[in-house]
Design a protein around this ligand. Sequence first.
Ligand code: FES
Length: 316
Amino acid sequence: MDTHPLKLELKSSTAETPFIRSLVFGVEGGVVPQWQAGAHIRVSLPGGGDRPYSLMALPDLPDGALALGVLREEMSTGGSQFMHALKIGDVVKATAPANNFRLHEGAAPALLFAGGIGVTPILSMAAELQGRGNPYRLRYAGRAHGLLAFLPQLRAICPKGLSVHYDSDDSRLDIAAALGDAAADSHVYVCGPAGMIDAVKSAALAMGIAADRIHYELFKAGLPSSPDTAFEVELKSTGQVVTVAAGQTIIQALAQAGLDVLYDCQRGDCGVCQCGVIAGMPDHRDVILSDDEKASNKVMQICVSRAKSERLVLDL
Ligand code: FES
């Protein structure tokens, strides 16, 4: 089965900020797959592997097109630099859209938080809520003026519901105040760096917002806490040893060895791939485990986390 069945031809690449480009693709065959706010596709990279990018409901998107917003990361393992270097007419392969960050059904209000490039799924959510007529507010935060992408598009999508916050001045986002201003039955959505997600989650829980009304998606699992190196994984059940190469995830290495493991988001935020650790020291890079769980080194998310020791023995 082709895991990346979509063929996407680059139609435009626009600098939205010095570091962020919007990329608009036409879909081969002209049939755009159905997707809803919060969905992403995974774009295949030339050196192997792929990267997830949220689909953007940009206001001026031509029919039959898909749009992505891509931050160029200096520390990236090549995905964002490959995407930024694409030329008009280049073709990439991608998965069908998947969605781990869905909007709630019904008319309840929403409070959206976006941090930096985490705005990409949030923009689509604002567009959908605006179209549905649901009440919502969007709090968009970034480090400094000039670094927040898609502001003109957001102003067109949500002329009344948008507030913009800069860390560099007194407009800095006050998460507790934003939550306090929201209607009591609001659903809360946050996409951005891990620190912002943690701050919104803990402030919302502290204010009594039920966990099932707090929805989040990590833009990226943080910078590696150590340079990626190869290590070994030993399966407790069979004693089989699999080498995880520097550019591979544990899941990819296990799949290459013909082993089947459960996974979903591949970003360290859904919990599906969680695995017991029998021996060795994980290098945790997820956002789903609590600090205590991480410190215990008894469980890990094998889609993003790696090893600080030369070998991990996993409960597989
Ligand atoms: S697949 Fe979602 S946390 Fe690993």
